[in-house]
Design a protein around this ligand. Sequence first.
Ligand code: GAP
Length: 466
Amino acid sequence: MEQDKDLMEKIVSLCKRRGFIYPGSEIYGGMAGMYDFGPYGVELVNNIKASWWKENVQKNQNYFGLDSAMFKEPKVWEASGHIGGFSDPLSECRKCNTRIRVDKELERIGVSADEKMSEDDINKLFEENKSKIKCPKCGSSDFSPAKAFNLLVKSNMGDFTGEGKNPAYLPGEACQGIYLNFKNIVDTTRAKVPFGVAQIGKAFRNEISPRNFIFRTRELEQADTQYFVKPNENKDAYEKIKQNRFNWYVKMGIKPENLRFKQHENLVFYASDAWDIEYNFPWGFDEIEGIHDRTDYDLTQHMKYSGTNLEYTDPQTGEKYIPWILETSAGVGRMFLAFVSDAYTVDTLGGEERVVLKLSKQLAPIKAAIFPLLRNKPELVSKAREVYEMLREDLRVEWDDNGNIGKRYRRQDEIGTPYCIVVDFDTLGEEKPELKDTVTVRDRDTGTQERVKVSELVSFLKERLS
Ligand code: GAP
């Protein structure tokens, strides 16, 4: 993608102006790291999740879906390692108390660092480079040493003492529910290793510095798959899973040159290998999805902390083992931002410059918009209403009778609507009886128009939208 230094600003502005994303609690001045999906945003999110689900559950052999409760017995987060090791390095400006995330500030000045480094290692780098890091608020370079700051968010769910001694945590990652239900799924379905479980769920992280719009937020949604394999039978499956996930982004319209794999240099506590799929966001390549080889860490830990035997018995051989897990975990918000960034296009059509979201047709929030040519001609309006009522039985469509047709096209282009349907005088068949009950269908990307019979509209659109 051609890098446009104002691209991010343009995308944020379009998302707000056209009802995709609003700042959370905006009328109260907002809340850091929180965003609300508006009317078109929620349609796009739902379409991304539906396509992801279709690919990973419906079309994937031997995959099962799950929706586990967000709150979990607090010991789950001890077993998972989040209470002990899920932290980012935090430092405070000694002049104005602004908090910074040290690994990200180091990265910003070109020093390779990440949150998985030990406190000592990161402080060594921090000391060497402190003079080049400026407080984002007051510009000072006088910072406290970096300290590991735990990202789990606590709640008082079920704690009526008010003392917070045994807090229930909000999920730090969505996937834990899958591990807790491994045995249930084996016992109640015909799942045989290797098999996968998919879940889309919320996670919460006390991010020190939420940034880049919905890229790093404190409330997020993750679309996860966990594939249970026999110990040491991980390598081929891992490669296949990595490739499938990459291919899905391309299938859903992302330009392959804007995607790449990146292997982790420092591994998180649970992983033996980890790769990210990165997208070329307006600020450069950054992670959309993590693909982790988690070995037997998760089931072993939960077995130890819960006292429940989570070994799998091979039904053919009777062999017992703890399966290894291959994970894919993608942020729904990051997928959203990648799809919108990739689709954002400024081009010229009919001699006029326009902004158009060239989203894949499956992801587009609105599939078709229906316009009566003129809003003050009752016969056109009533025929267009008929068409609209018919289409909305099958498709997410929109009515628009406001302004000239050119303006209506521009409005739909900006939200990525693949087809605009105009009901005009020919539809009424007064002068040209051969065109009676036909409408003009205009294609978003090419601007070409064709005449389609109203009776064939549903199949015409469905064929092109699938
Ligand atoms: N269960 C594995 C796991 O949680 P992760 O790499 O921490 O791994 C997976 O997160 C994905 O979740 C990331 O690739 C990213 O898309 C998304 N994600 C993580 N933290 C995020 C945040 N603060 N805001 C938005 N998305 C986030």
